[in-house]
Design a protein around this ligand. Structure first.
Ligand code: NAD
Length: 368
């Protein structure tokens, strides 16, 4: 079968964004040479770089580049240089949210991965995670409280001020994210936990009923469980590996996925995929792939940022938007081998000698 042309947009962003992106692309070049893949990527400005060069965090020209691609490889945006701008113009809000909306990126897949050799990086006691952590959070990304209307602040007749956010979910939106969760669970241990607040919220009552009915009809092979979100937050800190895949609505997922990132140690190792409702030219999900962390201004320009999260984002892109499961697994294995055999950037070195961004990528290449 002819290998597909990998057509993707490269939005490196700000501070460490371009540093880790350059290394991730160098690693991907190497993978492409090994596997006879054809790369066709186009870079465009986003975030602070977009503001500085085009006056907008998400310039029209950047959006066009993304529309013509089959996936977006994203770095990260924002930082002190732009923090005095009004909130609506801040790089993160003015670039990422419109991208999510424009491409209906409804499914956020966040692997919570901590290798056994890096358990020291976790704030959890090592005896709670003797084999590290390996779980996945599936967060609904375009519904719920963050997008529901009305969303407004009003002054009441008596002079008091009232603010309203609206939490709203349709059955179809719940089924859509559930399909992603089911596919993810089937590729792992066939274990799925749905997280909600069905003892209090109407949306959660619908969520739980929809999940129960849909799984009974379409995924009876999965071990399905339900958990209230407050309990899930505690269980993640107590025994994260009791989950394998968990699925939840937007705000709960925002909070739980950040808790998951903390227990997994360095942000430099965590990647994420946001899959769209639309298909790309290959008939696969269009998606945006990015590290879980931000632009790390504290270490930018020093050549010491960990490129692994960006490299692992490439692996997610190969898997989900290009259907290259074996290549994705090979790349993930190379990152794991490089790190567990002792090549570490400062964020995961724990007092041992550390290497810079480029040398870390070299070690991944050597282990491919
Ligand atoms: P951050 O994630 O940038 O950094 C938090 C800590 O993690 C820092 O100590 C940093 O050095 C470290 N870190 C993060 N990535 C690393 C890597 N690859 N290698 C080694 N260490 C790494 O969070 P912050 O400092 O709160 O945010 C900085 C800027 O990034 C802010 O402007 C924020 O708005 C933005 N941000 C952007 C995104 C995004 O683009 N998706 C996400 C989060 C934060």
């Amino acid at each position: 079968m002819p290998k597909p042309i990998l057509k993707f947009a490269v939005l490196a962003g700000d501070y460490i964004g371009p540093e880790v992106m350059a290394e991730a692309l160098r690693v991907l070049d190497h993978v492409a040479r090994l596997e006879g893949l054809v790369l066709s990527h186009q870079a465009a400005d986003v975030g602070g770089a977009g503001i500085d060069r085009h006056g907008q965090a998400l310039p029209e020209s950047t959006l066009r580049v993304c529309e013509q691609a089959d996936a977006i490889l994203f770095g990260s945006v924002g930082g002190p240089k732009w923090e005095k701008l009004p909130p609506k113009e801040q790089p993160e809000r003015a670039a990422l949210l419109p991208l999510r909306r424009h491409f209906t990126l409804f499914a956020n897949i966040r692997p919570g991965l901590l290798y056994r050799e890096l358990t020291d990086a976790s704030p959890l006691k090592s005896e709670r995670i003797p084999d590290g952590i390996d779980i996945v959070c599936i967060r609904e990304l375009t519904g719920g409280l963050y997008f529901g209307k009305p969303k407004e602040t009003t002054t009441l007749p008596d002079g008091d001020v009232q603010a309203v956010d609206t939490m709203v979910y349709k059955k179809s939106e719940i089924e859509r994210i559930l399909q992603v969760a089911i596919t993810t669970a089937r590729a792992r241990k066939r274990k799925l936990c749905s997280v909600d607040k069905a003892n209090v919220l109407e949306t959660s009552v619908l969520w739980r009923k929809t999940v129960t009915d849909y799984c009974a009809a379409h995924a009876p092979d999965l071990a399905l469980s339900h958990m209230y979100v407050d309990n899930a937050a505690m269980q993640l800190a107590r025994d994260p590996n009791q989950f394998d895949v968990f699925v939840t609505e937007n705000m709960f997922g925002d909070i739980l996925s950040d808790e998951m990132a903390v227990i997994c140690g360095s942000l430099g190792m965590l990647s994420s995929a946001s899959l769209g409702a639309g298909k790309n030219s290959l008939g696969l999900p269009f998606g945006l792939y990015e590290p879980a962390g931000g632009t790390a201004p504290d270490i930018a320009g020093k050549g010491i940022a960990n490129p692994c999260a960006q490299i692992l984002s490439v692996a997610l892109m190969l898997r989900h938007s290009f259907g290259l499961e074996t290549t994705a697994t090979r790349l993930e294995a190379a990152v794991k081998k490089a790190v567990t055999s002792g090549t570490r950037t400062g964020d995961i070195a724990f007092g041992r000698p550390s290497v810079g961004t480029r040398a870390m990528a070299d070690a991944v290449i050597a282990n491919l």
